[in-house]
Design a protein around this ligand. Structure first.
Ligand code: FEO
Length: 406
C-alpha cells in the first residue's frame, strides 16, 4: 500500500499483510490478515515510529522514499521490540545509519539481543519529551502492555496517541480509519485481539488507563500498530478496554466446550445446552477440535459461565482439549464460574483433570462434576438437562443482569 497522510505531516508508511492467517506461531488465527503500522513524521527532525515485519521492509521503504529521502530520518522510535514492529529496523538503519533509536531501556536490551548491533540508542521514559521542531513527542512507558519494553508515543500538537500493540486489531484492509469501515467488524477484531493477547494483563491495563487519564492528555486519534486507526470516536475503544480489563461481565452468558470419544459426552453437552437455554441464559456450544480457539477466547470476554466436558482417556481428558485448557490457564479469565462433565467406561479422570485446569485458570468451580458411566438411560438425560439449568441459575445468581427470564 502507498503512504497515507493521517494528520498533517504524519504519514502511515506500514504494510498490509493480506495473507497472514496465523499469528504468534499458530496460536492466534487471523482470517482477515493484519497490518504492521509504521508512521513517518515530517518535521525539522524527521522521525519514523516503529517499523514492520522484515519481509515487508521493501514496502515500507518505498512508502517512505515516496515522501522523503530515507537518509534524512534522524529518529526512529521503537515502541516495542517484538519482530512484527522491529524486524525491518536493521535494514532501515542501513538507509539512515546516523539515526538515533529512541526506546525504553528494556526495549534497547531486547533489540541488542535480537539484532546484535550497537546502534545509536537514546533511552526515554515516562514524561520525557522530544521536540521535532513544530511537533513535540511525549513518551509513556507501558510495561506489560504487552511486553516489559512496551511504550506509547504521544504527539502533543496533534493529540495523537501511538500506543503500538494496545488498541490494535488483526485486520487487513485498504482503508486506514474506523469511519471508513464497518464498526462492528472492527470492534469484534479488537475484542478478539484483547482476549487472545491481553486478557491476563487486565489489572496492569486498568491501572495504565487510569494513569493516562490522570495525565489529562487530550486524545483525538489513536493509531495502533495493527489494523485500523481510531479517529471517529477513540473514547469508544478506550472504554471497551476499561470494561474488558475490569473483569466485569454484564450479561449472563455460558459457553460449553467439549470433546467426545463414542458420543456420550456429546449427548451430555447438547442436553446441558438445552438446560441452560431453558433458564433464559445465552449459550454457545463448541466441540473443541472442530472450533476456532481464537474465537472461543473472544467469547470468554463477555461470558460468565464456562462448562468443559470430556470423555476419559488414560485417566484424563481427551488431548484435543489440552491446548484450549492451557490457554485458559495462561490467560486466566478472572471472575468466571465453571464446572465439568464427562463420560467414562472402566475408569474416571477427565472431570478431575478439567477441574484442576479450570481452577489453575482462576475459574471458580461452583458445582460438582456431572459424570456418566458408559451410556446414559432416561434418567441420565434428565440429569444433564437439570445440570444445565442449575448452572445457568448459578450464573444468574452471580450478579450479572439477565437477558430474559425463563
Ligand atoms: Fe507485540 Fe504486534 O507485537
Amino acid at each position: 500500500m502507498s503512504a497515507h497522510e493521517i494528520v498533517k505531516d504524519i504519514h502511515w508508511v506500514g504494510a498490509v499483510d493480506w495473507d497472514r492467517r496465523h499469528f504468534h506461531g499458530f496460536s492466534y488465527t487471523t482470517p482477515n490478515g493484519t497490518t504492521y503500522n509504521a508512521y513517518l513524521i515530517i518535521d525539522e527532525k524527521i522521525t519514523l515510529v516503529d517499523t514492520v515485519l522484515p519481509e515487508f521492509f521493501g514496502e515500507m521503504a518505498d512508502a517512505i522514499s515516496g515522501i522523503i529521502d530515507p537518509k534524512k530520518i534522524e529518529y526512529i522510535i521503537a515502541n516495542h521490540v517484538e519482530i512484527d514492529h522491529s524486524g525491518a529496523l536493521p535494514r532501515m538503519l542501513e538507509l539512515c545509519p546516523n539515526a538515533t533509536v529512541l526506546c525504553s531501556a528494556k526495549c534497547r536490551d531486547g533489540l541488542k539481543k535480537n539484532y546484535h548491533s550497537d546502534w545509536n540508542f537514546r533511552i526515554v521514559k515516562t514524561g520525557d519529551t522530544v521536540s521535532l521542531g513544530k511537533k513535540t513527542l511525549e513518551f509513556i512507558e507501558a510495561p506489560m502492555i504487552h511486553w516489559p519494553d512496551s511504550m506509547f508515543t504521544y504527539v502533543r500538537e496533534d493529540e495523537l496517541l501511538l500506543p503500538n500493540d494496545a488498541f490494535g486489531q488483526h485486520f487487513a484492509s485498504a482503508e486506514r480509519f474506523d469511519d471508513e469501515i464497518d464498526e462492528r467488524m472492527i470492534m469484534n477484531e479488537a475484542a478478539k485481539y484483547y482476549a487472545n493477547i491481553l486478557l491476563d494483563l487486565g489489572s496492569i491495563i486498568h491501572r495504565k488507563l487510569e494513569e493516562v487519564e490522570k495525565m489529562g492528555i487530550p486524545i483525538k486519534i489513536i493509531a495502533p500498530s495493527h489494523g485500523i486507526i481510531w479517529r471517529k470516536d477513540p473514547a469508544k475503544i478506550v472504554e471497551a478496554y476499561k470494561k474488558w480489563s475490569s473483569g466485569v461481565i454484564d450479561s449472563p452468558r455460558v459457553i460449553v466446550i467439549y470433546d467426545t470419544m463414542w458420543g456420550t459426552t456429546e449427548k451430555m453437552a447438547r442436553n446441558i445446552v438445552e438446560g441452560v437455554a431453558a433458564e433464559g441464559v445465552a449459550v454457545r456450544l463448541y466441540r473443541a477440535p472442530f472450533s476456532d480457539h481464537t474465537s472461543i477466547l473472544k467469547d470468554v470476554l463477555d461470558t460468565k459461565g464456562i462448562l468443559v466436558g470430556s470423555s476419559t482417556i488414560h485417566n484424563s481428558f481427551l488431548p484435543t482439549l489440552a491446548s484450549l485448557l492451557e490457554e485458559f490457564e495462561t490467560l486466566k479469565p478472572k471472575n468466571r464460574i465453571g464446572a465439568s462433565f464427562g463420560s467414562f467406561g472402566w475408569g474416571r479422570g477427565a472431570c478431575r483433570r478439567i477441574e484442576e485446569s479450570l481452577k489453575a485458570a482462576g475459574i471458580d468451580i461452583v458445582m460438582p462434576a456431572l459424570e456418566t458411566q458408559y451410556v446414559p438411560d432416561k434418567d441420565g438425560f434428565k440429569a444433564y438437562h437439570q445440570f444445565g439449568r442449575d448452572f445457568a441459575k448459578k450464573v444468574k445468581e452471580s450478579g450479572v443482569s439477565v437477558l430474559k427470564e425463563a
